[in-house]
Design a protein around this ligand. Structure first.
Ligand SMILES: NC(=O)c1ccc[n+]([C@@H]2O[C@H](COP(=O)([O-])OP(=O)(O)OC[C@H]3O[C@@H](n4cnc5c(N)ncnc54)[C@H](O)[C@@H]3O)[C@@H](O)[C@H]2O)c1
Length: 361
């Protein structure tokens, strides 16, 4: 049993990284996604599962596949890139998987940053790209800093409002850490909790904390189904609401994609999503050499995790560290799923005659 499981939760079935990757790859290919694109999507989803961001892992496959079946997402489309200036590019996703535009965009940003120090990419006509941290990780693998923004479907009222208007759109950024140490990865939704956590609780038959959402009548609720009919609550009141607006300015207004409550969510079958993203990649050795930058990140890390703790706190974590610990653990133990999740994935596999997901014994 993984250390992240508690005893009042349903028992978990574990799936190895390679089984999860194989399953996702085959399922996507059987639903019309070309192999090289299926690989990008599978890796991003499985990385989310490994990092403990179960809300954005392979459990999302049925919702993406339903969009393919309903002609709301084009499995064959690939994004195209248009260079605007030497450091600015624009991508048209052509309603392909958001993972593909994000992959193309971050690698274009890395190339520009390698040559000119910075690279900026705006993406239009895209879809949900899952957990932002996988995009940040691509930049980190190239020893680059990054900002990764997206907008998303309405889920959150603006401060003082009572209707869903802004998305629970995550803000993510990363910077290389000390050589051999931990990188900085912040990846957070501007709500008290990501909406995916409510979908996950619903799937698993679990209750949610009372400060996450309001029901349709504007009352606090611990029932995930009622919460999904109502609104998410912004973190930090007007500040969380302002961050959600910021994601819409940079990802929606600027890109030419939908904005101001018009993006459609991955579970909304009324039309195409038309999500926008905004990516910036920055070389960390612009103002000093990389070794010195990394040393300074090491000092920051040590100060943060080594500071005096509040009463009752056992350990202080650096942003991204909890997910890193879970990643290392799950590479050994496998990814935990509840039976209903495995069944839902297998039903999807059955529909296209692909193999069931392999559970560890
Ligand atoms: N693509 C989309 O439209 C979309 C929408 C919403 C959320 N998401 C994804 O959902 C995921 C979950 O978002 P979330 O806001 O619920 O994340 P979260 O609240 O679990 O974590 C937010 C950040 O806080 C850090 N953190 C958490 N606990 C910490 C602690 N005790 N000490 C130090 N740092 C800590 C994490 O490392 C992370 O960087 C993200 O990966 C996000 O990209 C995607």
């Amino acid at each position: 049993m993984s250390t992240s499981e508690s005893h009042d939760q349903p028992p978990k079935l574990h799936v190895s990284q390679s089984s999860a990757l194989n399953f996702a790859q085959t399922l996507l290919e059987r639903n019309g996604v070309p192999p090289e694109n299926a690989q990008i999507i599978s890796k991003a989803l499985v990385l989310a599962d490994l990092r403990g961001v179960d809300t954005h892992g392979i459990n999302r496959l049925p919702s993406y596949i339903l969009r393919i079946r309903n002609n709301l997402l084009d499995p064959l489309a690939s994004p195209t890139l248009h260079q605007i200036t030497p450091v600015v590019a624009q991508i048209d996703g052509h309603n392909s998987f958001g993972f593909l535009s994000a992959h193309l965009g971050i690698h274009a940003g890395i190339s520009m940053a390698k040559e000119y120090g910075i690279g900026m990419v705006s993406v239009k006509h895209s879809n949900h790209f899952g957990m932002s941290a996988w995009i940040v990780q691509q930049a980190l693998d190239a020893q680059m800093m990054s900002l990764v923004f997206t907008n998303s479907s309405p889920a959150l009222p603006v401060w003082g409002g009572k209707e869903k208007l802004m998305g629970v759109s995550p803000i993510a950024c990363g910077a290389p850490g000390k050589e051999g140490g931990l990188d900085f990865i912040l990846d957070m939704a501007p709500s008290v909790a990501a909406r995916g956590k409510i979908y996950k609780a619903k799937r698993r038959g679990e209750k949610i904390p009372l400060d996450w959402a309001l029901d349709r009548e504007g009352e606090r609720t611990d029932d995930p189904a009622k919460a999904l009919e109502g609104v998410m609550l912004p973190m930090g009141g007007p500040k969380g609401s302002a961050l959600a607006v910021m994601m819409d300015v940079f990802s929606g207004v600027l890109s030419g994609s939908q904005f101001a409550g018009e993006v459609r969510g991955p579970y909304d079958e009324s039309g195409v999503a038309d999500v926008g993203h905004f990516l910036v990649v920055l070389r960390p050795d612009l103002f000093m050499d990389l070794g010195e930058f990394r040393e300074r990140m090491g000092v920051l890390y040590d100060k943060v995790v080594g500071c005096k703790k509040m009463k009752g706190v056992e350990r202080i974590y650096f942003p991204g560290e909890i997910e890193q610990v879970t990643h290392e653990e799950r590479l050994k133990t496998g990814i935990p799923f509840v039976e209903a999740e495995i069944e839902a994935l297998n039903r999807e596999a059955e529909l296209v005659g692909s193999k069931k997901i392999e559970v560890m014994s």
